[in-house]
Design a protein around this ligand. Structure first.
Ligand code: GLN
Length: 472
């Protein structure tokens, strides 16, 4: 019997190489667990039927002496990343039976390493949301309390890892979609610098914000996945060449925007837990500095203008002609109305409307133009803050996972992103690390701490994450 609860990618690698178990045995253990738990948790929308064949191939490669960090490692992939010849739906009815015609760049890289793809995981439709409640295929449940959401939008990938239904996973993070669910389910969620991961083959949400993220049990595992898939890609026009942060200038100072952390909407248990985490960081030798970032409190509102503007533009391509669902009307306009009306869920339609509105003549300057100006200020403010500190820390989310259906007003879900969206707005890397639990109605619900580093400062996050984990 393989004990999946204590298994990490790093440990599995050693055991696979030492022939303690084969990739087929390891994969079978995950398939058994998926069979037991997925019906209730709804982490996977589809488990592939050739998983054991993939594992057999990995075993042959291992036997032939080939070695890669992810060879024979079973991973889960969020249903917004293209794998050639397999279905990808963005958890939307409009793409229900859509089959990808090419591999995303990150997938090609994983294939080269001999990764085993277990299946595609649930998400809010087109990654729009923070709980998977906007999925067209049902909500993913939190393994710590199945009455609660797992967070989102990468909730399926996060639950796959948290409930031992995969060793690691890929998600996407446009405003916090990897970090917020990771915090809600007690695992690590990593969002790299914008442009560091190719977006080629990622179904677009807000193109200037989208980032493929790594989901794992430990920072070490997140780094293994990150190392395998990062890098410049000629197929993504916003892909960046190497921008590694100069390590020599480390000050061992972490900035905390206390005014935001101590703000009204932040749950008192979250504040308590964060303060304890800060004490741990001091024990680790970090100095904590109170920082003030001008306009930080407007970042959320700004994001909810820029993201829908970009989303509405990106979603225009789903017209019922080129991709997916098609409904026949009397003329082209009616085709559009019928197709989009039937294919898109409520939240997606809401964002298309907001996006089209803020981009329309007469409102462009007041909304989109203003939001872009605020974004520029934020970028400058962050650059200024990082002149004095190595990293910025905040709680990952202002509250614990909520009960399914509890937040009926969309704005109350948007508020979950208060700490995470800024990293996307300014393009810096960020990570959520488990920071403990809060007891709610007799259940221990996980909490997370978020660290943000300057552009290209991923190494700092891996380092602080590892240290923080060792203190747990
Ligand atoms: N919760 C945020 C939103 O709804 C972020 C989503 C994401 O990162 N994909 O837009």
């Amino acid at each position: 019997m393989i004990d999946l609860t204590t298994l990490t990618i790093a440990r599995a690698r050693k055991k696979l190489d030492a022939k303690e178990f084969s990739a087929v045995e390891l994969t079978q253990a995950y398939l058994d667990e998926i069979k037991k738990k997925n019906k209730e948790l709804n982490a996977y929308l589809e488990v592939y039927d050739d998983v054991l064949d993939q594992a057999k191939k990995a075993d042959e490669l291992i036997a032939s002496g080939e070695s890669h960090p992810l060879l024979g490692i079973p991973l889960a992939i969020k249903d917004v990343i293209l794998i050639k010849g397999r279905k990808v739906s963005a958890a939307s009815k409009i793409l229900e039976n859509y089959v990808a015609s090419y591999d995303a760049t990150v997938i090609s890289k994983l294939k080269k390493q001999g990764v085993i793809f277990l299946g595609r995981t649930n998400t809010d439709e087109f990654a729009m949301g923070g709980s998977t409640e906007n999925s067209a295929y049902g909500v993913t449940k939190n393994p710590y309390d199945t009455r609660r959401v797992a967070g989102g939008s990468s909730g399926g990938s996060v639950v796959a890892v948290a409930a031992n239904l995969a060793l690691g996973a890929l998600g996407s993070d446009t405003g916090g979609s990897v970090r917020e669910p990771a915090a809600f389910c007690g695992i690590v969620g990593f969002k790299p610098t914008y442009g560091r991961m190719s977006r080629h083959g990622l179904i677009a949400m807000g193109s200037s914000l989208d980032c493929i993220g790594q989901i794992a049990k430990t920072t070490e595992d997140a780094k293994i996945i990150y190392d395998a898939i990062n890098g410049y890609d000629v197929l993504d026009s916003t892909s960046i060449k190497d921008t590694t942060y100069p390590k020599a200038s480390l000050k061992k100072v972490i900035g905390v925007p206390w005014d935001l952390v101590n703000g009204e909407g932040v749950n008192s248990e979250v504040k308590e837990n964060f303060k304890e985490s800060i004490k741990k960081l001091e024990t680790l030798g970090f100095k904590i500095k109170d920082i003030h970032i001008q306009n930080l409190d407007t970042a959320l509102a700004t994001y909810y203008i820029i993201m829908p503007a970009e989303s509405s533009t990106n979603l225009a391509r789903f017209d019922g002609v080129r991709y997916g669902l098609h409904k026949d009307g009397k003329n082209l306009l009616e085709d559009y109305k019928l197709t989009k009306g039937a294919g898109f869920g409520k939240e997606v339609r809401r964002r298309i409307l907001i996006g089209a509105y803020v981009l329309s003549a007469g409102y462009y300057d007041a909304y989109y133009g203003k939001a872009q100006a605020v974004r520029e200020i934020l970028k400058k403010e962050f650059a200024k803050a990082f002149a004095d500190v190595d990293m910025i820390a905040t709680p990952t989310a202002p509250f614990v996972a909520w009960k399914i259906g509890e937040k009926s007003d969309p704005v109350s879900v948007y508020l979950a992103d208060i700490f995470t969206i800024t990293a996307n707005m300014v393009g810096v890397p960020a990570v959520s690390i488990p920071s403990g639990f809060s007891k709610v109605e007799g259940k221990d619900l996980p909490l997370g701490i978020q660290f943000m580093a300057p552009h290209g400062g991923e190494n700092l996050l891996f380092e602080v994450g590892k240290k923080f984990e060792e203190m747990r």
